[in-house]
Design a binder for this molecule. Structure first.
Ligand code: ZN
Length: 317
């Protein structure tokens, strides 16, 4: 009897220790569509302001990040120098830049040749800026996460990227901040602060859910929680609320690591033959095994409906 009581006690102590020790989770942050998702509708001063506020949060929170550039967004009459300077601020802050193609070209839609040309065109300024900081252009992020519609094209594109010195930057957590941001920015223009608050709380809660989903799925697929890679975008929603998102992620037990560190996780060498509509890498691995992931958290329909109501001419190309 005494033995049983002791065993129960030891067990309870174990459980208490487990509950008190937060899991050592790791995540790398990547931010797409630099210098700003909405650059086509912004002047250079607003882009510089957005950049400095975003970088201030990353610096204050000591969060490393790689920003992925679409250089077409730099070309606005009379503003090119100022927009390039905004981009250089990322490197001055000790962060890194990668290529996201010149014109945000989808491999799935444009085909291999146009895609490759757009990758090359997207290197010019970013490569120069990196060289000034004694850095190399080494990361590539597929626009729309479109990695190809057939395996031959996917592999050819990957070989091309690798020959040019790139490592593909995968994504494992994606809470569609770009859609939240579009509705958020529209609400602000209309002075609808209550809606902005509603969007923020939905965004944070959906992000939390997506992290939970990625943790569960990575355990099922890799046998442990992989070093996650989060996809964000350079927009007003992140500028205003990245700090809250970082706090939420920390609360889940995460520390923030570099993309290089995340990619050292062996999970990123798991077999991946996914082709089709752009999606995250957990999905890639599940589909590769012939078992598409179940239970993906549903994105709030009301946000989709509000986004649909925004006129097409106000949406960033
Ligand atoms: Zn993008």
């Amino acid at each position: 009897m005494r033995g049983i009581i002791l065993a129960v006690c030891v067990c309870l102590v174990c459980m208490a220790v487990e509950a008190a020790t937060p899991p050592d989770r790791q995540v790398a942050i990547t931010i797409d569509d630099l210098p700003a998702g909405n650059a086509a509708f912004m002047d250079a001063a607003s882009i510089t302001d957005l950049t400095s506020r975003l970088l201030a949060t990353l610096r204050a929170e000591k969060v490393p990040a790689v920003g992925f550039v679409s250089e077409k967004k730099l070309y606005s009459w009379g503003e090119v120098d100022e927009r390039i300077k905004a981009l250089a601020m990322w490197l001055d802050s000790g962060l890194e830049l990668g290529n996201h193609t010149f014109a945000h070209t989808s491999l799935n839609q444009a085909g291999l040749k146009a895609f490759e040309e757009d990758v090359i065109q997207g290197e010019t300024v970013t490569r120069l800026l990196l060289a000034q900081h004694k850095m190399k252009l080494r990361y590539f992020r597929h626009p729309f996460l479109d990695v190809g519609l057939d395996l031959a094209t996917r592999r050819e594109a990957e070989a091309f990227l690798s020959e040019r010195g790139y490592r593909v930057a995968p994504v494992t957590v994606d809470a569609w901040d770009w859609m939240y941001a579009r509705v958020y920015e529209d609400a602000r223009k209309r002075g609808h602060t209550a809606l902005q608050q509603q969007l923020l709380s939905s965004y944070l809660s959906y992000s939390d859910t997506m992290f939970g989903y990625a943790e569960q799925l990575s355990k099922e697929l890799a046998g442990y929680e992989v070093k996650q890679i989060l996809l964000l975008h350079a927009n007003e929603l992140e500028v205003d609320h990245l700090k809250e998102l970082v706090e939420l992620i920390r609360k889940r037990g995460y520390r923030f690591i570099s993309l290089e560190d995340a990619l050292s996780d062996q999970a990123y060498s798991m077999p991946d033959t996914y082709v089709g509509e752009g999606t995250d890498w957990l999905d890639h691995w599940a589909v590769t095994r012939g078992k598409p992931a179940q239970g993906h958290p549903v994105f709030p329909q009301w946000v989709i409906d509000l986004d649909k109501a925004i006129p097409a001419e106000l949406k960033a190309p």
